[in-house]
Design a protein around this ligand. Structure first.
Ligand code: 5GP
Ligand code: ZN
Length: 137
């Protein structure tokens, strides 16, 4: 249910302060302490899981829905022009806090964020090879 060494579990338990902006039976959302843009918040399940691979289907569903609910508010109330919902699973994917969370990052036309990769056409054979490994159940 909860991990004694996890800072987000401590936020859920009220043992660490956080600016909570939304909650329901399964999730809470609070402001990120190092916001990428105005309104950057984190949406987490109350029950501890490390990442998307460990979480229950119910928590995945509830967290995704709560993130969209908050994203809608960011558009309506903060006048965001768009929103990035970002999840990082694993150190290699930039995860630094190992309690599942979805970043809700409001985006503004003139904000300074840039794509972290440079899009350029891939090798069609390599794309097809990766697709073959990924496809199917
Ligand atoms: P990750 O790098 O795992 O995708 O995201 C972790 C996020 O948690 C970061 O954006 C970081 O700023 C935020 N964060 C880390 N510690 C705290 C904290 O104690 N309180 C809050 N509100 N956010 C935190
Ligand atoms: Zn936790």
């Amino acid at each position: 249910m909860s991990d004694p060494d996890c800072i987000f579990c401590k936020i859920v338990a009220g043992e660490l302060p956080a600016t909570i902006v939304d909650e329901d039976e399964r999730t809470i959302a609070f402001m990120d302490i190092s916001p990428a843009t105005r309104g950057h918040a984190l949406v987490i399940p109350r029950v501890h899981s490390r990442d998307i691979f460990e979480a229950s289907e119910e928590d995945l569903q509830a967290t995704a829905l709560a993130a969209v609910r908050l994203a809608r508010r960011a558009k309506e109330r903060l006048d965001a022009d768009g929103v990035n919902l970002l999840n990082s699973a694993g150190r290699a994917a930039w995860q630094t806090v190992f309690h599942l969370h979805i970043h809700m990052i409001p985006r503004y036309r003139e904000d300074p964020l840039r794509l972290p990769w440079v899009p350029s056409p891939g090798d069609p054979e390599e794309i097809a090879a990766a697709a073959q490994e990924l496809a199917g159940g």
